[in-house]
Design a protein around this ligand. Structure first.
Ligand SMILES: O=C(O)CCC(=O)C(=O)O
Length: 278
């Protein structure tokens, strides 16, 4: 018996590779989280400048979001009851900012096997079509891993390596995934997606939370940590991450810096492997 999704929605996810929108929290609660984020930015600089990777290790309010029962119930319906958080990226796009996200698949450079990873994109602001919400290609998760090239010279591409799919693929059937503040969408790790610049008058902010079932492993030589957010881990493919007890504390910052370093190292190992193999 599913916890949140209907059988028809689960079937739809397997057919199309994405689902939306679902309510996680109220718009007022989303505003509260946004205020926590923006107060931090006012004191320490934009999230995009170093805190957009793995902020669940730094901030108690992000830790709260990654454990939200509505999000975890939906994720459990797709990947089972033993769930680890593998990665988290915050995606802020300022009003009238040229920033965009190129066509890509999340699986690229993650090195996760098998490909059962699902991303919950949780909105702290409205993410309308005008504001540059995600755009997806229905059914493209069935294409498997496509080749990506790194285009670091494309300065407005928010992807850390500027990665973009180079293989030809059919863009005639794209769908937008607009969500409102407090809502979330779900997408498969092989789903082809992008997002366009934010043409609205407000910021667009979302948290892309990568969840995996505990049997999934990372094939990089670098051993990574992840947060067990629900259930039991009988596989031991990852070390456990501590939960933050204070926002931006010394211990939290030290752990975060090391975790981001290891994640980037693993990404580089995957780039090398991927460029010879794919
Ligand atoms: O926020 C965006 O525009 C892109 C997000 C994304 O690519 C993802 O969460 O996988």
């Amino acid at each position: 018996m599913p916890r949140k999704l209907t059988e028809a929605q689960i079937e739809q996810y397997h057919r199309d590779g994405f689902l939306f929108p679902f309510d996680a929290f109220t718009p007022e609660q989303a505003r509260h989280y946004r205020t926590r984020m923006e107060s931090f930015e006012a004191a320490h600089g934009a999230f995009a400048k170093g805190h957009n990777f793995k902020p669940h290790l730094l901030f108690t309010w992000v830790d709260e979001i990654v454990h939200h029962p509505a999000v975890l119930d939906a994720v459990e319906d797709l990947i089972g009851p033993d769930i680890r958080l593998f990665h988290l990226t915050v995606w802020p796009k300022n009003a009238h900012d040229p920033a965009y996200v190129g066509w890509h698949q999340d699986a690229t450079y993650f090195g996760l096997e098998p490909a059962r990873h699902v991303t919950a994109w949780v909105a702290l602001t409205d993410a309308s079509i005008e504001a540059g919400c995600m755009e997806v290609i229905a059914g493209s998760h069935k294409l498997g891993q496509l080749h990506h090239a790194e285009r670091v010279q494309e300065q407005h591409n928010l992807l850390s390596r500027g990665q973009t799919i180079t293989a030809p693929f059919d863009k005639s059937r794209t769908a937008f995934m607009p969500v409102k503040a407090g809502q979330f969408s779900l997408h498969h790790t092989h789903l082809v997606h992008n997002s366009r610049p934010n043409l609205s008058n407000d910021r667009r902010i979302g948290l892309g939370i990568s969840y995996i079932p505990t049997e999934v492993r990372c094939v990089s030589p670098t051993r990574l940590a992840g947060r067990l957010v629900r259930g039991t881990d009988r596989h031991g493919h990852f070390d456990d991450e501590p939960r933050p007890t204070v926002d931006f504390g010394d211990a939290e910052r030290a752990y975060h810096a090391e975790a981001v370093k290891r994640f980037r190292q693993s990404n580089s190992e995957q780039t090398a492997r991927y460029q010879t193999a794919v």
